[in-house]
Design a protein around this ligand. Structure first.
Ligand SMILES: [Zn+2]
Length: 460
């Protein structure tokens, strides 16, 4: 009963990754016959489950040799290119410039996704505004849309892209974060979470399967896995058990989404799935969980559970610990982060995708990001100021309107203020991502980062 090797090979542009499952008393002796260069001919550590990973750098046919109790095993491998969607264009240190090909368009990374929680950007912005603002991805919220209007409504109207008339890629979060932060009284079991709606208090159950079904109804480009979000700091032992459960939930998410993508009546049968790394601020738990989820070969990987109470330095430390274990050939998404400086620091640590409500939320309070620092438009000094919010900005607000006019609109509580302010801040964030991409392409990200991080956090 010998076959103890098998391989797993999915869609890579650069690396072919194989998984050889060896029993702990077995060993893998060699690889031969591949047309391509073997990157890691010496086999890595055998994990607890007896799995070994190694990588090859080309497509082809060949074999792997192994032995177990002196019996030689040979496995013939045939590799072929399949659905690989992420391509690294260039790198500077750990900072990455890439391209993510989706059925709804190509996303240039690093990218800042624009948050439209309930299928609109708060501040009165819709699909007609987004392309002008340089938006690449619209992010919508599973929890909110499930409660109102109901994902069955969105499904009946053809999915989120038809419903909102935004034709580009859409990412839906799983609802996990809201279930754990917004919903009242909840009960967590292995099956999922029972909670009370924050709108009318009615009891709702959501587990991995429910989250996938809702996101499949919403027909987003990318669905996020359903995970448990815990506050920082969290006790070590609780975090460890929570990571294990989040892993089991992820396996269920993958199975359910595969099943849904196979159905005739599914709107987007090419819906992709990103897994989410958890583990609070414990580097060892973060790394162990990342290694575990990386083996599921998902379309992308997110780091969740950060920016929820820990310091920025702790967040960067966690990213540095986890980054080496995030698959290099998949997009990496840092959820819910953050300030322009957080984004620069995280790009430097290998992150590709971001989202945050900060540009729209801060705009509504008069805090506007500019190329010279952050301004508070309510300030008396702008009362008669004819200059635009930011002379270096090309957004529709700065093209036409003065600081004095915006300040007046804010003081008069005019709705137009929210629209103009949010437009400017979103444009600033999208532009920041575009500037980061340009700096990476030109090999000057380090100097760009050093210069801008001094400026972007400053209040002026
Ligand atoms: Zn502007």
């Amino acid at each position: 009963m010998l076959p103890f090797l098998f391989y797993e090979n999915r869609n890579k542009y650069t690396d072919l990754r194989f998984l050889a499952a060896a029993s702990s008393d077995g060993e893998i002796n060699g690889i031969s016959g591949f047309s391509g260069k073997i990157v890691a001919p010496e086999i890595g550590e055998v994990t607890e489950g007896g799995a070994v990973y190694f990588q090859l750098r080309d497509w082809g046919t060949g074999s792997i040799f192994g032995s177990r109790k002196n019996a030689l095993i040979k496995l013939i491998l045939k590799t072929k290119e399949d659905r690989s969607m992420f391509r690294l264009l260039c790198q500077e240190g750990t900072a990455r410039r890439g391209e993510f090909v989706t059925p709804h368009g190509v996303i240039q990374t690093p990218v800042f996704m624009n948050v439209g929680t309930a299928a609109a950007i708060r501040g009165g912005l819709g699909a007609m505004d987004l392309s002008v603002l340089g938006t690449q991805v619209l992010l919508c919220n599973t929890y909110h849309l499930h409660l109102r209007p109901g994902d069955d409504v969105v499904y009946a109207l053809g999915g989120l892209r038809e419903f909102t008339r935004w034709s580009g890629p859409v990412l839906t979060d799983s609802g996990g974060f809201q279930v754990f932060s917004l919903a009242g009284l909840r009960k967590i079991t292995e099956e999922g979470v029972t909670f009370a709606s924050h709108i009318d208090g009615r009891r709702i159950f959501m587990g991995p399967e429910e989250s996938m079904r809702i996101q499949s109804h919403l027909a987003s480009t990318v669905a996020m896995a359903f995970d448990e979000c815990i506050q920082n700091p969290a006790p070590y032992e609780y975090t460890r058990r929570s990571c294990d459960r989040t892993y089991r939930w992820l396996v269920r998410c993958k199975e359910e989404l595969d099943r849904l993508n196979g159905r005739e009546d599914t709107l987007n049968r090419k819906q992709m799935l990103f897994g989410i790394n958890q583990g609070s601020t414990y580097s060892d738990l973060r790394v162990a969980h990342m290694k575990q989820i990386a083996r599921l070969d998902l379309d992308g990987y997110a780091v969740g559970g950060l920016a929820v109470g820990e310091s920025a330095e702790e967040m960067y430390r966690v990213l540095e610990a986890v980054e080496p274990f995030m698959p290099a050939d998949r997009p990496r998404y840092l959820m819910g982060v953050g300030t322009p400086v957080n984004i620069l620091e995280s790009v430097a640590r290998g992150i590709d995708f971001f989202d945050c409500v900060m540009p729209s939320r801060n705009a509504r309070h008069g805090h506007l990001f500019t190329s010279r620092g952050i301004i508070n438009i309510a300030n008396q000094k702008y009362r008669t100021d004819p200059a635009p919010v930011d002379e270096a900005c090309g957004c529709p607000t700065c093209r036409d309107f003065s600081r004095a006019y915006l300040r007046h609109l804010m003081k008069a509580d005019e709705m137009l203020f929210f629209r103009l302010a949010v437009q400017h801040n979103l444009y600033f964030y999208n532009r920041l991502a575009a500037d980061i991409r340009a700096a990476l392409e030109e090999g000057r990200f380090r100097s760009f980062y050093a210069e801008k991080r001094e400026i972007y956090g400053k209040r002026i």
